[in-house]
Design a protein around this ligand. Sequence first.
Ligand code: FES
Length: 100
Amino acid sequence: MKPVSPFLELDETARVPVTFDGTPLDLPQGANLAAALLVAGVDVFRHTPVSGAPRAPFCMMGACFECLVEIDGVVRQACMIDVTAGMDIRKAHEDFRGAV
Ligand code: FES
């Protein structure tokens, strides 16, 4: 079952498999990763290391860093990345959560 999302897709694009925190997702190939994850129902991309507050994309243009995720072991801004097949995506900095 697809999670409920307030974001709607405008067209049908070829889907490619990725995982987010181990959960398989089919996202539109070449789409903006942050937008595609939001459409797929992902609403927490990371937690802050100090308070543990959940964070999600805000600016969608590479300025706020609220969209940080770990992609294939590298922490990157999801709003600056296109979806490609086989991405292993995880919440960023989960190993630091609650450590401060
Ligand atoms: S949403 Fe602001 S940097 Fe990605």
